[in-house]
Ligand binder design. Structure first.
Ligand SMILES: NC(=O)c1ccc[n+]([C@@H]2O[C@H](COP(=O)([O-])OP(=O)(O)OC[C@H]3O[C@@H](n4cnc5c(N)ncnc54)[C@H](OP(=O)(O)O)[C@@H]3O)[C@@H](O)[C@H]2O)c1
Length: 337
């Protein structure tokens, strides 16, 4: 028995020969995987990983055809799990969603109960997907830095790739919590928005991507959120203050990492890895509670977070913009209607 209509609209990516064919089409409920909870998807979002899931050689998609969309929010329409009520608002992201299991770019989804996060009071489904996986990762990064001892007033905190999804939300949450945030960005046009989100200062991207023969440089940052990797993470490591940490979540600039051990052994700095996809469900639910309250980003309501809303037909151009490094803020997908 299913409450999902026999056919519904979905954005699908399918490997054909050496390429990937992408587009909106009708999809059958019988082709959805098993799961205890059925959801009418109202909102999803576009993340960097979604872009990788829809290109040849992206090394993210593990099934074909695939409905991408690594996150979704909507209303429960059927549930075999007593703790998940029909009619309740929920979200889900990570694990196999949009990778090895059909994801959020469809009018309906069927999920394991262990993926489901109840939406906290005060956080609507649209807000949740405006934050999405990228914003969740930003919140995870801020929580990890603070758990390790970073406190407001300790000194400047750097966010790299600041105009992007993870970066924008990280700037916003850090500023809302009273940290002195510096935004590293390659986009001059985004500087006013980043200042509106609370950035105290801007660092030009050239400064954070330039290599250096020196293993240690002037110790400037009390903490950092790095979404870029490549040459940027070594820059961060050699400019962190003694005992400071960087939360590393991304590779928007590339995955290679060439550094020395000297920041670790002479300054005691720490490299904290962020893996939002596999965070255990109890920790995930607890962090979303905090995102609705003390880790809530500013800018959701006044446009400063840089949320661009598209429908399912607008997903493909959004994926291309992300791959071209042209993103600003977050891409929100209106799935329903
Ligand atoms: N670990 C996790 O759980 C997790 C979760 C979500 C995302 N991620 C990863 O985090 C990264 C960022 O994701 P996102 O959603 O924020 O992506 P995004 O919206 O595309 O933002 C990435 C930003 O990085 C900067 N950038 C792009 N290309 C660059 C280059 N070649 N060199 C230096 N900077 C560059 C740009 O910011 P500026 O123009 O402002 O410099 C861009 O806006 C991605 O690698 C993504 O896969 C990881």
């Amino acid at each position: 028995m299913t409450s999902i209509p026999a056919e519904f609209r979905a954005f699908v990516a399918e490997t054909v020969g050496d390429g990937v064919v992408r587009g909106v089409r009708e999809f059958g409920a019988s082709d959805l995987p098993d799961g205890e909870v059925e959801v009418r998807v109202d909102w999803s979002s576009v993340n960097y990983k979604d872009a990788l899931a829809t290109i040849p050689g992206g090394k993210v998609a593990r099934i074909s055809p695939l409905i991408p969309g690594i996150d979704l929010a909507g209303e429960v329409i059927a549930s075999a799990e007593p703790s998940v009520a029909v009619g309740s608002s929920v979200l889900a992201h990570g694990y196999d969603l949009g990778v090895a299991r059909h994801g959020g770019y469809a009018a309906y989804a069927r999920l394991p109960a262990g993926y489901v996060v109840p939406l906290s009071r005060g956080l609507f489904a649209r807000d949740a997907m405006s934050i999405g996986t990228a914003g969740f990762t930003a919140a995870m990064s801020v929580a990890a830095l603070e758990d390790r001892g970073l406190a407001p007033g300790e000194g400047p905190v750097l966010v790299t790739g600041a105009s992007g999804g993870v970066g924008s939300v990280a700037v916003s949450i850090l500023a809302a919590r009273g940290h002195e945030v510096w935004a590293a960005t390659g986009k001059a046009s985004e500087q006013p928005r980043l200042r509106a989100l609370g950035a105290a200062g801007i660092v030009p991207r050239e400064e954070t991507t330039a290599g250096s023969p020196r293993p240690l440089e002037s110790a400037r940052w009390a903490g950092a959120v790095d979404t870029v990797g490549a040459a940027t993470l070594p820059y961060v490591l050699r400019t962190l203050r003694p005992g400071a940490a960087v939360a590393s979540s991304g590779n928007a600039g590339g995955a290679a990492l060439t550094t020395t051990v000297l920041p670790f052994i002479l300054r005691g700095v720490a490299l904290l890895g962020m893996d939002s996809a596999n965070l255990a469900i109890e920790a995930r639910r607890a962090l979303w509670e905090r995102i609705a309250t003390d880790l809530r980003p500013n800018g959701l309501d006044d446009g400063a977070l840089g949320v661009t809303e598209v429908d399912l037909d607008g997903v493909e151009p959004a994926l291309d913009a992300i791959l071209a490094g042209q993103s600003r803020g977050r891409w929100l997908v209106r799935v329903a209607g």
